[in-house]
Ligand binder design. Structure first.
Ligand code: UD1
Ligand code: CA
Length: 454
């Protein structure tokens, strides 16, 4: 016997007021559906089916890479109808676990407990205790604690309405029984939909034992129906991630002003100031310090690096003990070696910068190979683009580039060369010599500033 997991993802999500299907909205940079998929993936011996519908093939196209079976629900006639679309392709010997694409924070740990109680043809149902159960189906138990009924809000008596334990709709059940119960569903309700939440009631009616499990946290069963709920789950999820990082020994100046949208690997004694956003896959070495208001995506930042405030670093490697910022932009395919200093208003793109090199102010270094212990003066520009092609600038070791220099690529500056300030360098500059291109300075004797007539 094996496990068939069905994730319902065909609905539009009207209250999102969005052009895209609800399950493609994101928490921590990842679609709601992928969050559910990841939890499902942690369960053994399973096949995952995703029911899609609203938006045509948009969901399966955008998430094509997921190893799931896509099943279309052409018309969205309710959650019960959605499950019915896939049941014919599931073996009657399987256990079916139903999950919702818009309930993103469900965990494998809770689901494993749920699957345990769904043995011997009994129905496992995830329930939750809510402060305010308004709108949910209440779980009615007898004196022994056995579930005897699930009653919808509208049908509940006053005594039943005070029950705080409610049906989440997440259930695990034998496929054989589910097939039978789904056939008996009707759409005789306010929305005119086939409700999957009617299945546990059918189980109780048929005398099938219903075993309940509570989630580790109520956030696990909270659905996203509108943007406010999306934001609420995002904040919860970020706080959990922040707590994990703090447990690993990271100092977060303020855990509620930190966002991680991806995977972050950290060394020891990392410090992260407020409003730092980290995306993709990022590694921070030991003693890395990140200043406020910084964005980092897909980067490897080595031990002892200091990133000062307001930097943007994407697809880059920053070597040991380097210092970047404030206000630096390190663009894709840039590699800074050890002990490099990159300062205010410096942009680096597709360049290698050697050990000990300093680029401290107002410069653009693109498509360049810069050697070791180079000093690049303020306002240096590598002119890498001729309007059609990009060209490389190669700067040797121990070079000194005077301020306000333009290096018109392709061009090479030899080891130990000095470039005089204000130069426009259009051909290679030889090693160990001073090269400069600069109009000669003149003074005009006797010249007077014009003055306004009285
Ligand atoms: C439903 C459940 C509720 C569960 C909640 C989770 C019922 C009656 N209620 O409520 O127990 O906690 O979902 O969000 O089942 N969907 C389809 N096809 C459809 C209708 C919905 O695939 O025809 C999908 C949606 O894409 C969504 C999920 O099912 O991912 C829930 O749909 P929604 O309409 O939001 O249901 P709720 O009324 O919120
Ligand atoms: Ca809903």
């Amino acid at each position: 016997m094996s496990l068939s997991i069905v994730i319902l993802a065909a609905g539009q999500g009207v209250r999102m007021r969005s052009e895209s299907p609800k399950v493609l909205h994101r928490i921590a940079g990842m679609s709601l559906l992928e969050h559910v998929f990841n939890a499902a993936c942690d369960l053994p011996h399973r096949e995952i089916y995703v029911i899609y519908g609203y938006g045509g093939r948009r969901v399966p196209e955008e998430l094509e890479r997921l190893p799931v079976k896509w099943v279309e629900q052409a018309e969205q006639l309710g959650t019960g109808h959605a499950v019915a679309q896939v049941l014919p392709s599931i073996s009657s010997r399987d256990t079916v676990l139903v999950l919702y694409g818009d309930v993103p924070l469900i965990t494998a740990s809770t689901l494993k407990r749920l699957l345990k109680v769904a043995n011997n043809g009994e129905l496992g149902l995830l329930t939750v205790e809510l402060e305010n159960p308004t709108g949910y189906g209440r779980i009615v138990r007898n004196d022994n604690g056995t579930v005897v009924r699930i009653v919808e809000e509208t049908d509940a008596s006053d005594a039943e309405r005070v029950i705080r334990e409610v049906n989440t709709g997440i259930m695990a059940v034998s496929a054989k029984r589910l097939k039978h119960w789904v056939e008996t569903l009707d759409n005789d309700n306010v929305q005119g939909e086939y409700y999957l939440t009617d299945v546990p009631e059918a189980a109780v009616r048929d005398g099938v034992r219903l075993n309940t499990v509570l989630p580790d946290s109520v956030y696990e069963v909270m659905g996203v129906n509108d943007r406010a709920q999306l934001a609420e789950l995002e904040r919860y999820y970020q706080l959990v991630q922040a707590q994990h990082l703090m447990n690993e020994g990271v100092t977060l100046a303020d855990p509620v002003r930190f966002d991680l949208r991806g995977d972050l690997e950290v060394g020891q004694d990392v410090f992260i100031d407020v409003n730092v956003v980290i995306e993709g896959t990022v590694q921070l070495g030991n003693r890395v310090s990140i200043g406020p208001n910084t964005y980092i995506r897909d980067a490897v930042i080595a031990d002892g690096v200091t990133i000062l405030s307001n930097c943007v670093i994407e697809d880059a490697v920053i070597g040991k003990d380097s210092r970047v910022g404030p206000f630096s932009r390190i663009r894709p395919e840039s590699r800074l070696d050890e002990n490099v200093h990159v300062g205010n208003f410096v942009e680096i793109k597709k360049s290698n910068v050697g050990r000990g090199t300093k680029i401290n102010h107002l410069s653009y270094i693109g498509d360049s190979d810069v050697g070791k212990d180079v000093n690049i003066g303020a306002g240096t520009i590598t002119c890498n683009y001729d309007g059609a092609y990009k060209h490389r600038t190669v700067i040797g070791d121990n070079v000194f580039i005077g301020s306000d220099t333009q290096l018109v690529a392709p061009v090479k500056v030899g080891n130990g060369a000095t470039i005089g300030a204000g130069s426009t360098i259009t051909s290679d500059a030889p090693s160990n010599m001073l090269t400069l291109s600069r109009a000669e300075q003149k003074t005009a004797p006797g010249w007077k500033r014009p003055e306004k007539k009285k």
